[in-house]
Design a protein around this ligand. Structure first.
Ligand code: AKG
Ligand code: FE2
Length: 325
């Protein structure tokens, strides 16, 4: 049965991590219901403090306020922009050519934290830290770790919903290729100067397994419901929005939905205002096999995807987004 939610369901992660067995079961059930329908939930008790969020937003406001010639020192096309700064209009959604009205900064695993013998240590590019904003590194790394931990708990609940072992994802996301993306949707003084079809973030599905998104500085995020209606989303200050990405959709042969979403422009007279947001894209290690789970394939739902590893899928998508040549 299909459920058309009017807003995204709200859940308490503490029910899963430290609740009674009934609360835990109920969390898994509600999460599964949400992910099979709208693909998004909002969770509270995720561990990311308001204080840290405030500090993060302050450091990214300070960073994006720097002159372009300073910011571009941290821009690295040769690593597909996977760390550091990505300038205005560089990324476009899959299937489009017009760049999104945003600039952003990527933070990944801190290489020092990865054990010597782990091959991902040689695979991931090193983080870039803006020396102009001393607080940036510490705040970003703390947020990365907190969100990664919350994401691991969510993946345990997802595994249980899929009737897999609770720790199914554990080794697949250990030192995974996740990214904290700190975004600035920049002010536009004269809306006629940007292409008529340019938007803050054109409609897209996320690439990764799951995305964890803290409350943004302004409205604009909308998700496309199955009946074609766009539903606005605002994460309350104490909530994280957590949605299914394309990798999890692939693995589950579309049982779990990577729902299309977008960030719309403000009204014309507010185009000269900024919006900031900070998604955490939880990726597995590149060797994770995304072949559809046998348990998600049957006569009514035949296999819909070709086999690929997470690394292969990511490379293909980065080319489609204009980030990789
Ligand atoms: O800015 C937001 O609220 C969401 C951004 C987003 O969907 C993305 O970067 O994938
Ligand atoms: Fe997204």
């Amino acid at each position: 049965m299909e459920i058309l939610f009017d807003e995204i369901p709200s859940l308490d992660l503490a029910h899963f991590t430290s609740g009674t067995s009934e609360q835990k079961m109920n969390f898994v059930k509600k999460l599964g219901e949400a992910y099979q329908n709208i693909g998004f939930v909002a969770i509270k008790n995720h561990g990311l403090s308001q204080d840290l969020q405030d500090r993060l937003y302050q450091s990214i406001k300070d960073f994006f306020a720097l002159p372009d010639e300073v910011k571009t020192q941290y821009q690295k096309p040769e690593i597909g922009y996977q760390r550091g700064y990505t300038g205005k209009g560089k990324e476009h959604a899959k299937g489009r050519n017009t760049g999104d009205l945003k600039e952003f900064y990527h933070v990944g695993q801190e290489l020092e934290a990865i054990p010597e013998e782990d091959p991902v240590k040689g695979e991931y590019p090193a983080n870039l830290w803006p020396k102009e904003i001393p607080q940036f590194k510490q705040d970003a790394l703390e947020a990365f770790q907190t969100l990664e931990n919350a994401g691991k708990e969510m993946l345990k609940a997802i595994a249980l919903h899929l009737e897999l072992e609770e720790d199914y994802f554990e080794d697949k996301v250990a030192y995974g290729n996740s990214i904290l993306r700190q975004i600035h949707y920049f002010p536009i003084e004269n809306p006629d100067e940007v292409p008529a079809d340019a938007v803050r973030a054109a409609e897209h599905g996320d690439i990764n397994l799951i995305t964890l998104l803290m409350g943004a500085s302004a409205d604009g995020l909308q998700v496309l419901r199955k009946d074609g209606k766009w539903i606005p989303i605002t994460a309350l200050p104490d909530q994280l929005v957590v949605n299914v990405g394309d990798m999890l959709e692939r693995l589950t042969n579309k049982k779990l939905k990577s729902t299309i979403h977008r960030v719309v422009n403000p009204p014309r007279d507010k185009m000269n205002t900024s919006r900031y947001s900070i998604p955490f894209f939880m990726h597995p290690r590149s060797e994770m096999d995304l072949t559809c789970l046998e348990s998600c394939i049957d006569a009514d739902n035949p296999k819909q995807f070709t086999d690929a590893t997470a690394g292969e899928f990511l490379e293909e998508r980065l080319r489609e987004l204009g980030l990789r040549k």
